[in-house]
Design a protein around this ligand. Structure first.
Ligand SMILES: [Zn+2]
Length: 303
């Protein structure tokens, strides 16, 4: 009898923990498309590889945040390929403008230029992601941008998980250029381990500071490492009970309606919301260039 009771308790605990895991979901968003050729993949090859990687991983839809200034004929063809594969497009400004440098009016003009170019594609959605996640150095600029985006009928495409996948790719490109001997298994493992760790970190802050795991929005970039290893990251996440969801499903989370009362907006919405509530804990995991370089060296990813 006691054994049965024990078994019942174990099963109940397992069911509760499975239900908790089931609630953890994440959408993939990919910034800076289309990025130029690298010395590893030219742009066209990278796009084909990324589409194939997503299809093989059974990720039905991601959202590409585009910089229309790079959409010459070849660039536009790549964006069209993402549309044909069922993915969504959104606005990341025409020239990847930095709000903190160019000021509000030129920044708004840059967004409008991108809208004009991108809205010709059927899969364009009116979401805007701030380049560098820079939303203003003052409350005035921040609030002005929030109101201007509403006037333009665009919504702010926050992230919940910041990553420095762009720096991992930059390190990779430097290793390729320096003709280093790259251990691709170690590279894949480092990429998957560190990104998974960051996702778990931001989810942990959400659960402790906001009381729940929201539908997450992962920040990635349209680079060679994503084309090579995004499928491996997805497999790892699923193995840990995460569900990959469509971007607009993630943006339907109640946190999408929040405008956090803070200027610490560069680490994503969870950190912003927690900070607005007085959170003073760590705000980043692997989002640090020197830390990444040390970790890649420790793992001997290349020699
Ligand atoms: Zn960007």
């Amino acid at each position: 009898m006691i054994q049965r009771l024990f078994l019942f308790l174990v099963l109940a605990a397992m069911a509760a923990s499975a239900a908790g895991d089931e609630a953890r979901s994440i959408a993939i968003t990919i910034d800076d498309a289309p990025l130029p050729d690298s010395s590893y993949f030219d742009g066209r090859t990278r796009t084909a590889k990324l589409i194939d990687t997503l299809a093989k991983a059974r990720v039905e839809q991601v959202m590409f945040f585009c910089n229309s200034a790079r959409m010459d004929a070849a660039g536009a063809e790549r964006i069209e390929a993402y549309v044909q594969a069922g993915h969504l497009l959104a606005n990341h400004s025409h020239s990847h403008a930095d709000l903190h440098k160019v000021g509000v009016e030129p920044f708004l003009a840059d967004i409008r230029t991108a809208t004009q170019i991108l809205e010709k594609f059927p899969n364009y959605r009116r979401w805007f992601r701030f380049p560098y996640l820079r939303e203003g150095l003052t409350v005035d600029v921040r609030d002005r941008m929030r109101s201007e985006l509403r006037k333009m009928d665009h919504r702010s495409a926050y992230v919940t998980v910041d990553t420095y996948d762009w720096h991992m790719d930059r390190m990779f490109q430097a290793a390729v250029a320096a003709d280093k001997k790259i251990d691709f298994d170690r590279l894949r493992t480092a990429y998957v381990d560190l990104l998974t760790d960051s996702i778990e970190f931001y989810d942990g802050v959400a659960r402790s500071e906001l009381g729940r795991s929201p539908r997450h929005v992962l920040l990635m970039h349209e680079n060679d490492l994503a084309a090579l290893y995004l499928g491996d990251l997805v497999a790892r996440l699923r193995g840990k009970g995460w569900k990959i969801i469509a971007p607009e499903e993630a943006f339907a989370d109640p946190i999408a309606a929040v405008e956090p009362d803070t200027l610490r907006l560069g680490q994503g919405r969870i950190i912003a919301m927690a900070t607005a509530k007085g959170y003073e804990g760590p705000t980043r995991r692997w989002e640090d260039e020197a830390e990444l370089e040390r970790e890649f060296a420790r793992r001997e990813v290349w020699k």
